[in-house]
Design a protein around this ligand. Structure first.
Ligand SMILES: NC(=O)C[C@H](N)C(=O)O
Length: 568
């Protein structure tokens, strides 16, 4: 292909439209093979590749000059850590433009085994340039291959092009795969729990409230230009109606009226409130003052009562476990914690199994088996990426996986853990955080237990009731609850878990914590109707990625980290 032709085709494909060029793209892109299928050869049999015609697409990592103006490109498509060497002769394309980090190319050609080259077992000799997505090096923010993680964090949209983040994503993907295999093969059903809830599962008040943008605002503003604003008397009258309807609802509820009658009255009250709200909003509007100046609150409570992003799917999962025996969810959870640490995110993914007919010990066994299973999975399926993390970030990460996969976890009570830590302090060890019965262990204590004292994962169980959530079963000592945390070297707490409490105590605990009982009525039904012991846990998925890869900052263990002050 002549130089000009390839550039023309490249340019066409670079701006795909929904008509003509899309059909070219389909034909040209349809037989692209993943680079992984070429260069990852566990049997080390390279000879079969020689002479094969293939087409690949990817992004240039580095380039070097060959003889007679030719170029060797290292091409990566994210399917594996390694790059495919691509050899382009000088007359194929504008090489200056091509040989830049970040350029996207689709090329077809023949595979060769370069004689005597120990590094490159196979290379692709380009015969056809199908696509070139150029990069202006003056603007491209990631021109070098080895950049500090703090720096690439500023380019969250481009950082998957780096070796580290693409390897993290492959590890995440493998862990997600392992998770589904583990639970499905053990008879759990995958249940999708809601993202929006009224109740606070952890009772800690660290929730994000959901409001909607008030899209009718501008419409109302225009309306007002035609109609006069409501008078004060109109607003007062609407307020009176809301009060009246509210009284009716209260009366019906206290007189044990039928659910239907109460429902109708509540609906009327809602309508009256809606009307009042509209009048109040309209009375605030001053024509000509743009809403951006903050004259009108453009957010609204869509659900009629405060609603929040989920902090855990546990309560809903309990309902499913108490019907289907074993259920698990795997989804995003949100905590409005102001913890600016390397281990916290405002949005993180949690794997939450829940089992009926199970006590805390069954829970521990399940959690231990699950963590071991994930470690074995990574050792077996992600060897190349794990080697990369060991070489680049944490030389013991592979050994750690092996150790966790093969060593029984230590199991100690919270009281034993605290006694042990107090003893260590007496013997001269200094911790930044105070150790005392009744205070939660801090991450330095957790790491001391797993990294120094036991040098393996530790399950700490039977925590003081006051530092745990309302749903946990109280032990016979009346001081501790049947809860456990799985602590692992490098990250500390990986899993938090309760065995759930029975009805009467549950109601008392909800009241004691000052939580609105009416919001938990449905949850109490699970204890009233056909209840049984059940237990589950929550594994912080990014913590597992951190543990596996040895990365120091959890923000590098999730595609798009969300922390206080940053969601862009
Ligand atoms: N499902 C669970 O047991 C997890 C627990 N709700 C937590 O957030 O720690």
């Amino acid at each position: 292909m002549a130089n000009g032709d390839s550039k023309l085709l490249g340019a066409q494909l670079g701006v795909l439209t929904s008509n003509g060029t899309a059909s070219i793209a389909k034909a040209e892109f349809s037989d692209i093979v993943p680079i992984r299928s070429i260069i990852v050869r566990p049997d080390d049999d390279w000879s079969a590749l020689a002479g094969q015609q293939v087409r690949v697409g990817g992004w240039v990592k580095t380039a070097r000059k060959g003889s007679k103006g030719s170029r060797f490109l290292q091409l990566n498509d994210g399917s594996c850590l390694g790059n495919l060497q691509v050899f382009v002769e000088a007359d194929k394309v504008d090489l200056g433009q091509l040989a830049r980090t970040g350029v996207c190319v689709v090329v077809g050609g023949v595979l060769k085994l370069p004689p005597g080259d120990k590094e490159q077992k196979v290379e692709l000799k380009v015969e056809k340039m199908v696509h070139v997505g150029p990069v202006d090096p003056a603007d491209y923010p990631l021109p070098k291959t080895s950049l500090p993680l703090e720096f690439v964090r500023n380019f969250v949209h481009l950082r998957p092009r780096t070796c580290t983040i693409s390897a993290v994503i492959r590890i995440r993907s493998a862990l997600a795969h392992a998770t589904h295999i583990f639970f499905l093969e053990r008879g759990f059903l995958n249940v999708q729990t809601p993202i929006m809830n009224c109740s606070d599962c952890e009772g800690a008040g660290e929730m994000f409230q959901v409001t909607t943008l008030f899209s009718e605002g501008e419409k109302l503003e225009k309306d007002l230009l035609k109609n006069p604003p409501p008078s004060e008397a109109d607003v007062e009258a609407a307020k009176f109606i809301v009060k009246e309807k509210g009284d009716v609802v209260a009366l019906l509820k206290s007189s044990k009226a039928s659910k239907m009658d109460i429902g109708d009255a509540v609906a009327e009250l809602k309508r009256a409130k809606e009307n009042l709200w509209k009048l109040e909003e309209r009375s605030k509007i001053q024509p000509g003052i743009p809403h951006k100046e903050g004259k009108i609150d453009y957010t609204r409570d869509f659900f009629g009562r405060p609603t929040f992003l989920t902090v855990s799917g546990q309560l809903q999962l309990e309902a499913y476990a108490c019907s289907l025996s074993k259920a698990y969810s795997f989804g995003p959870t949100f905590r409005a914690e102001k913890s600016h640490t390397t281990r916290h995110l405002a949005e993180f993914w949690m794997v939450e199994p829940e089992m009926a007919f199970a006590e805390l010990e069954d829970d521990m066994n399940c959690a231990e088996a699950y963590v071991k299973f994930m470690c074995e999975w990574l050792l077996e399926k992600c060897h190349e990426d794990m080697e990369f993390f060991a070489e680049r970030y944490d030389k013991s990460c592979i050994d750690r996986l092996r150790m966790v996969a093969s060593t029984p976890f230590e199991r100690i009570t919270y009281t034993e853990a605290v006694d042990l830590l107090i003893e260590v302090v007496k013997n001269g060890k200094e911790f930044e955080n105070h150790v005392e019965w009744g205070i939660d262990l801090s991450s330095e204590h957790e790491r001391y237990l797993t990294e120094v004292k036991f040098q393996k994962p530790v399950i700490v169980y039977n925590y003081p009731k006051d530092i745990k959530a309302f749903y946990m079963r109280l032990n016979d000592d009346s001081e501790t609850v049947a809860a456990m945390d799985v602590l692992v070297p490098k990250v500390g707490e990986l899993i938090g878990a309760p065995e759930q409490v029975h009805l009467i105590l549950q109601s008392i605990l909800i009241l004691e914590r000052g939580l609105p009982v009416d919001l938990y009525q449905w949850y109490l039904d699970l204890r009233r109707f056909g209840t049984v012991k059940h237990s589950g846990f929550g594994l912080g998925f990014e913590r597992m990625v951190m543990f596996a890869t040895g990365l120091d900052n959890i923000k590098d263990c999730i595609p798009n980290p969300r922390i206080e002050g940053r969601a862009d």
